[in-house]
Structures are given as structure tokens and as C-alpha cells.
Write a protein that binds this ligand. Sequence first.
Ligand SMILES: N[C@@H](CCC(=O)N[C@@H](CSC=O)C(=O)NCC(=O)O)C(=O)O
Length: 279
Amino acid sequence: MLERIEHRACFGGWQDVYEHASRALGCTMRFGVYLPPQAAAPGARMPVLYWLSGLTCTEQNFITKAGAQRYAAEHGVVVVAPDTSPRGEHVPDADGYDLGKGAGFYLNATQAPWATHYRMHDYVVEELPTLVEAQFPVDDRRAISGHSMGGHGALVLALRNPGRYRSVSAFAPIVAPSQVPWGEKAFTAYLGEDRAAWREWDACALLAGASERLPLLVDQGEGDEFLDTQLRPDLLRAACAEAGHPLTLRLQPGYDHSYYFMASFIGDHLAHHARALQA
Ligand SMILES: N[C@@H](CCC(=O)N[C@@H](CSC=O)C(=O)NCC(=O)O)C(=O)O
């Protein structure tokens, strides 16, 4: 059962928010859907870009701050923006913004008390697309992108699911969560102490064995407050070089970690995905 809870005209199309009961997560979830003007044509079947937001975000941050709708309308791409974790009173949480609600890390947790609800990989890769493809005028052409924790999600979900996405990009992604404080804290809680299990959810670790070489587009602000501690694009550059994986890493002078940065380059990312989705 899908309930529309927001419906706003936007660049000739519609920015909507839906609520539904998620089986994968065992809770009620919300996601944003931008339907470009082309989606209203009889018989239309549009491609979809899945956007994964970062720590502390809900479905609202991207749809209200990134300005992506203008470019989605221009290129005829539907944009789906889910929440970043399971939600609800019955869902476990933790102190701090970087674990628990708002910090699902797009993985399937294996440890108590997280394992029951924290299954964002299965939600984003399977349950949500199945729902979207049944309920909206879209087909199975999919792309994925995200920011920070969501950039980690985009890279890992694309690497773990060859053939599922036609393109991938990221803004300021956490590229090696096994090696930085945000990731070490989350992976210890969600996956346990055995670091071997972490490799399955770490983009830099997955690159060596990837069976699909989908080119990566990554934008990173040089003025990002998390650049050297949490993000480490140098590790992504090295892992891609080692694996022979195509990478366009654009270091953007002066830009920080905020949505001002993403709004400045989101048009380039929509164009990148539109080329792959419409090829
Ligand atoms: N201490 C900050 C950290 C939260 C933060 O910066 N969140 C980013 C994503 S960081 C990596 O995933 C974000 O997107 N924030 C939302 C926004 O609209 O900017 C804090 O608690 O604010």
C-alpha cells in the first residue's frame, strides 16, 4: 500500500513523497519521487536515478536542497530518493548522528540489535525498485548516486550488483569505510568485530574483484571538512588504479561537504546518468 503524502509541481513535473510499509526493514518508510514532465505522456516508460543521502538525512534533504529536478526534467529521468535508515519507535537507535536512525550505511546488518531492521541494501536494491517499477511509469533502466554515506552506498551497491545499474556516481563518498572512523564505528556495530566481513561493504576492497567495470564519476570538494579523516579519495584513486577500474575523480577547489557543493555539480551528474540511461 503506497500513500502519497506530498505532491508539488516542479519544473513542469511533480515532486512527490510516498509512504509505505517496508517488508525488508519492518517499518514504515518514506521516499521522494520526482516525475519529470515526460512521464505524463501516454505509455511513457522512464529511466530511474536512485539517490542515496548521507548521515542525518531523510528523503527531504536531497529533494529540497540539491536542485536536481531542473536537470531531471531536462533529461527525462525519474529520481527516487529514499530515507537513510529504518524508522519508528520500535527501531533500535544509538547516541550520536553516525549510528542507528539516519545512519543505515546501505548494508544488511548481521549483529543484534540491528539485524532485524537495518537491511538498507535489500531495501534499496530489491524492495524499492520492485515497488517503483510496479507503481510508476518507469522501466528497468536504473542508475545510482549519492552523497558521503550515500556515496559509499552508491559505489558499494553498484559493485555488489553487476548488471543492476547502468551508471554510478558519487559526491564526497566514504570510499573505504573499513579504514575511517565513521565506517569503523558503524561496521563494528552492524557487522561485528571480524573485519573480513567488512570487506563485502567497502568500495575500495570490492574494486579488486569486481566483475563489471562501470565507470565511476566522483566529485570531491577540496574544502570539505571531512576530506582527510573520513572520505580519503586518495584511497579510491589507488584502488581503481590497482584494479584497472575507470574513475573520473574531480577535485573541486573551495567546495565543502554541503548541499551547496552538490547543487553546483548535480547537473553534470544528471547528464552523466542520462547518457548511460538513454544509450
Ligand atoms: N556533524 C554533522 C554531520 C552530519 C552531516 O554533515 N551530514 C551530511 C552528510 S555526512 C555523511 O554522510 C548531510 O548531508 N547533512 C544534511 C544536510 O542537509 O546538509 C551534523 O550533525 O550536522
